[in-house]
Design a protein around this ligand. Structure first.
Ligand SMILES: *Cc1c(COP(=O)(O)O)cnc(C)c1O
Length: 355
């Protein structure tokens, strides 16, 4: 899996923008690092692997992805440990998930050595962009899109695979007020909800905007048939602590198989905390909120790690979610995952990899 046998051409920037970045006030998605990894798929093969200065692409207005949405992405993070070394977290799982999305969208899969080799070369070159500040990290965005200049509806024959990165700060936002969505849907059985395809996010903007106008920060998505089963929250997986157990919807074709979710489940099991991955109804959660058996409700995803909810709203009634106490499972697992990713504690799971 060495990048040497891969032949990645490296063209270093002559004008680093690193000095322009205010690492004490990082805004999510605003600063993009100096370089990007690019691979192009043509004639049935990934080729022209290169790490080049981050910059614009020149594309035909007929570029297939812009018309029919053959586009998928991933999101992950790299961290700096106390020794200054750069660590990735479960990158191999992001690679596997990208390929799962690719298959569903009729796109070519990416071989492991190209994904990991490209990522490694990129992180080596832009290692200086990985923040050292507490709670900060380097957000990594791998993505693929159809690039045929052709507007017939069919799978494209050419694609770009690109990775770029962006230093990001702590997510200080206050606990969100979330609304159970009972009209619009994110995903339906047989659809593409289980993939990280671009269109899923476009479709979620409008219902999210309506909820914001009503004073909520985010939605809880429910099943497409009856709006009775809880699926996800915004672009995060959803998890609850109920009667001392960690309870989360089981992964299905209408929920995304989140790596943060998976990690929290594994840590809970490692600690001997009972875990239930199952169908969770809205009714059950509202009952638990009413009778006090709901200890916590939170979203889980790479961007925020864990985002405890302040309020859950259902059919016009706001229910207050108990605050996270410092000695609770939620607080502990959040700290532990951060410590694991930054190499502060030993990693018994083999999730962190040194670049
Ligand atoms: C990316 C994503 C998640 C979270 O996945 P992580 O691997 O934990 O970042 C959850 N739900 C949706 C819809 C997503 O797109």
């Amino acid at each position: 899996m060495t990048a040497d046998t891969l032949q990645i051409e490296i063209q270093q920037t002559t004008k680093s923008r690193l000095q322009e970045v205010d690492f004490d006030n990082l805004v999510f998605g605003k600063n993009i690092s100096d370089h990007m990894f690019v691979a192009e798929y043509r004639n049935g093969q990934w080729q022209d692997l290169r790490v080049v200065p981050y910059g614009d692409l020149s594309l035909s207005p007929a570029t297939a992805a812009l018309h029919y949405g053959q586009a998928i992405f991933e999101g992950m993070k790299a961290y700096r440990n106390d020794k200054g070394e750069v660590l990735t977290f479960r990158a191999i799982d992001n690679w596997a998930r990208l390929n799962k999305s690719a298959e569903r969208l009729c796109m070519p899969t990416i071989p492991e050595d190209i994904f990991m080799g490209g990522l490694t070369e990129l992180l080596r070159l832009d290692a200086g962009w990985v923040p050292a500040q507490d709670g900060c990290s380097l957000y990594i965005r791998p993505y693929m899109f159809a690039s045929d200049p052709y507007i017939g509806v069919k799978p494209s024959e050419s694609y770009y695979f690109i990775i770029f990165t962006s230093p990001v700060g702590t997510y200080y936002a206050k606990p969100p007020r979330v609304k159970v969505e009972t009209k619009y849907i994110r995903a339906a059985e047989g659809g593409v909800g289980g993939t990280k395809c671009a269109g899923n996010y476009a479709g979620s903007l409008y219902p999210a905007k309506l909820a914001q106008q009503e004073g909520y920060d985010q939605l809880i998505w429910t099943d497409a048939r009856e709006h009775a089963i809880i699926e996800e929250s915004g672009t995060m997986n959803i998890m609850f602590v109920l009667d001392g157990k960690l309870v989360t919807p089981k992964v299905s074709e209408t929920t995304l198989d989140g790596i943060t979710r998976k990690s929290i489940v594994a840590v809970a099991q490692h600690w001997g905390v009972p875990v239930e991955e199952r169908v969770i109804t809205v009714k059950e959660i509202i009952e638990a909120l009413k009778n006090g058996s709901l200890e916590a409700a939170f979203g889980a995803g790479t961007a925020v790690v864990i985002s405890p909810f302040a309020t859950i709203s259902y059919e016009g009634v706001d229910y207050t979610v108990p605050e996270v106490k410092p000695d609770s499972f939620v607080a502990k697992v959040k700290t532990y995952l951060t410590d694991l990713r930054t190499g502060k504690v030993e990693d018994p799971f083999g999730w962190t990899v040194k670049i």
